[in-house]
Design a protein around this ligand. Structure first.
Ligand SMILES: [Ca+2]
Ligand SMILES: [Ca+2]
Length: 238
């Protein structure tokens, strides 16, 4: 194998591995101009060819059904004004909070993701509760669901992630995730109300099913590396 063909093989196999690898995704939700969207209106963000669509939701009580809320695009991040808050949605009610009802944001990705994380900008305590789903559904399907019937949209059990009055990032485990329903803690685990804005979302794409890099791919890459080193040694001797 000459140096040129070894280099070509190395590049080809390297790109083959890269194409099957997870690609990073990052969505900045901070920097808004304090605009409040209409009740139930969505907002989209794009990263790495994957569209993130967000909508605002709330529960009036822990046992009631999900109702649409208004997303607020504030400088520190996204917040929610629910039916009870909307008439006077000033600080801190324009956060994702559980003072008057329980606010949530539904994150929906146009392709499955893994290694997701959600960054919080604190306005008080930052205890959070969330669910994840790998099922594709339209956001409006959430209306009327209770925490007991979220499973009909593919959501698993609720996870509560506790934190204090500090900006922080919540890591979401799981792969193949297409939806995350994330909000203020339900119920407040420590009796202290939670208030935060959501400043960003990150994660990575999932390799297509059945296309995880196989040993033969790495064998090809390893073989081309050996070929390249042999070619370089021959050239150095010449
Ligand atoms: Ca709120
Ligand atoms: Ca709390």
């Amino acid at each position: 194998m000459n140096l040129k063909s070894a280099l070509n093989l190395l590049l080809t196999s390297t790109f083959a591995v890269a194409a099957l690898s997870a690609a990073p995704l990052s969505y900045t939700l901070s920097g808004g101009n304090n605009s409040l969207l209409a009740d139930g209106a969505s907002k989209t963000y794009t990263s790495g060819g994957v569209t993130l669509t967000i909508t605002g939701w709330s529960l009036a009580t822990s046992g009631s059904s999900f109702a649409t809320g208004s997303l607020g695009l504030w400088s520190p991040g996204v917040g929610v004004c629910n039916d009870a808050e909307r008439a006077n949605c000033t600080s801190n009610s324009h956060t994702v909070d559980n003072f008057s009802g329980y606010d949530f944001v539904l994150f929906q990705f146009s392709a499955p993701v893994q290694g997701a994380s959600i960054s919080l900008a604190t306005f008080g305590d930052t205890d959070a509760s969330y669910w994840t789903s790998s099922t594709n559904f339209t956001a409006s399907s959430l209306a009327g669901k209770t925490t007991n019937t979220l499973s009909s949209l593919g959501f698993g059990g609720m996870t509560t992630n506790s934190g204090g009055n500090v900006n922080r990032t919540v890591n979401i485990s799981g792969t193949g995730i297409t939806s995350i329903l994330f909000g203020s803690a339900l119920p407040t685990p420590d009796g202290t109300y939670d208030y935060f804005k959501i400043s960003g979302v990150a994660g990575e794409t999932c390799p297509p099913p059945g296309q995880v890099p196989e040993p033969s791919t790495f064998a090809l890459l390893g073989g081309s590396l050996v070929g390249l080193s042999v070619a370089i040694r021959r050239r150095q001797r010449a």
